[in-house]
Write a protein that binds this ligand. Structure first.
Ligand SMILES: NC(=O)c1ccc[n+]([C@@H]2O[C@H](COP(=O)([O-])OP(=O)(O)OC[C@H]3O[C@@H](n4cnc5c(N)ncnc54)[C@H](O)[C@@H]3O)[C@@H](O)[C@H]2O)c1
Length: 278
């Protein structure tokens, strides 16, 4: 059911790679809610070809940009304003990648060039997007910028590796830029801390199946899906959340406030019983 929450709004959506991507679901929802937007991803991601399908369904133009490259971001933001016919009301930053995770290098054996890349792609790119938008005065008053984060920014989760550091930095950038952008232009900057979700980036996390099962058992409402996340993003882009800024908003079925649940304890008991006699 659509509510026209984004009727007449213009946006830029980063990070839709395939139909599992959270950004993909956000694009579908934003379209359903009446928004016009451009889609962007790296030239490599575009060559994979799946984004054309999303572009057709939503009527959104695709503009290639590497989010770590300020010049390409300037081009993207300028073109988006041109295509959409005015300043931007909302931006989704849905970007994450760790070469260390990809290469299986653990946190105590990080490659520092890769580490820089992780931070640049997954966190600094958010600063760059905000900086470029501010320089071009590209976002409307009461506009809303959202980046996607994960609870590993606050708590250590096995296997999340240097992405945990990237997410901490991402959330800090949302606060620091949120202050400046809010003070000067009444623009909101927030992060949404999403449940583990089976996507291309998600499946790179060590033991993702078990992590999904664990957080499902620990969360009173169960894991939040990519579709649920899209709904939350739309609310954050809408005028209904005008005074929410500089926040890290947990969207995780309650996981982040839990210590132990009955469902997790039951499972723990089972495995404990399995070991008896070993
Ligand atoms: N999947 C999860 O479990 C989960 C949980 C919490 C938060 N998140 C976050 O959600 C966001 C989206 O991830 P997803 O799970 O939808 O996976 P995904 O793999 O579909 O999306 C990641 C996107 O980042 C893009 N990207 C990588 N390098 C880039 C660059 N240099 N410039 C521009 N784009 C680049 C990729 O092309 C891809 O589209 C990420 O920030 C991720 O960390 C994911």
């Amino acid at each position: 059911m659509a509510y026209n929450l984004l009727k007449g709004k213009r946006g830029i959506i980063f990070g839709a790679l395939n139909d599992q991507s959270i950004a993909w679901k956000v694009a579908l929802k934003a379209h359903e809610e009446g928004a016009k937007f451009t889609l962007t991803n790296t030239p490599v991601a575009l060559r994979m070809g799946e984004m054309d399908e999303l572009s057709k369904v939503t009527g959104a133009e695709i503009i290639p940009a590497d989010a770590t490259d300020v010049d390409q971001l300037e081009e993207l933001v300028s073109k988006s304003m041109e295509i959409l016919g005015g300043k931007i009301d909302f931006i989704l930053h849905s970007i994450g990648m760790s070469p260390n995770v990809r290469k299986g290098l653990t946190y105590d054996k990080l490659n520092y060039d890769y580490y820089h890349k992780t931070l640049d792609i997954s966190a600094l790119s958010f600063h760059k997007v905000l900086l470029v938008c501010r320089k071009l005065d590209a976002i409307t008053e009461w506009g809303s910028v959202v980046a996607l984060s994960y609870v590993a920014a606050q708590r250590t989760l096995y296997g999340y590796n240097d992405m945990a550091d990237a997410k901490s930095l991402l959330e800090s950038i949302a606060r620091s830029f949120g202050y400046i952008y809010g003070r000067d232009k009444k623009i909101r900057v927030n992060t949404i801390s999403q449940s583990p979700t089976m996507t291309t980036a998600g499946s790179g996390v060590k033991g993702i199946d078990r992590l999904l099962d664990f957080s499902e058992r620990m969360s009173p409402l169960g894991n939040a899906s990519a579709d649920d996340c899209a709904n939350y993003c739309v609310v954050m882009f809408s005028d209904l959340t005008r005074k929410v800024t500089m926040q890290n908003l947990f969207h995780d079925g309650g996981f982040s406030s839990m210590g132990m649940s009955l469902r997790a304890m039951d499972q723990y008991d089972k495995s404990f019983n399995d070991c008896v006699g070993d």
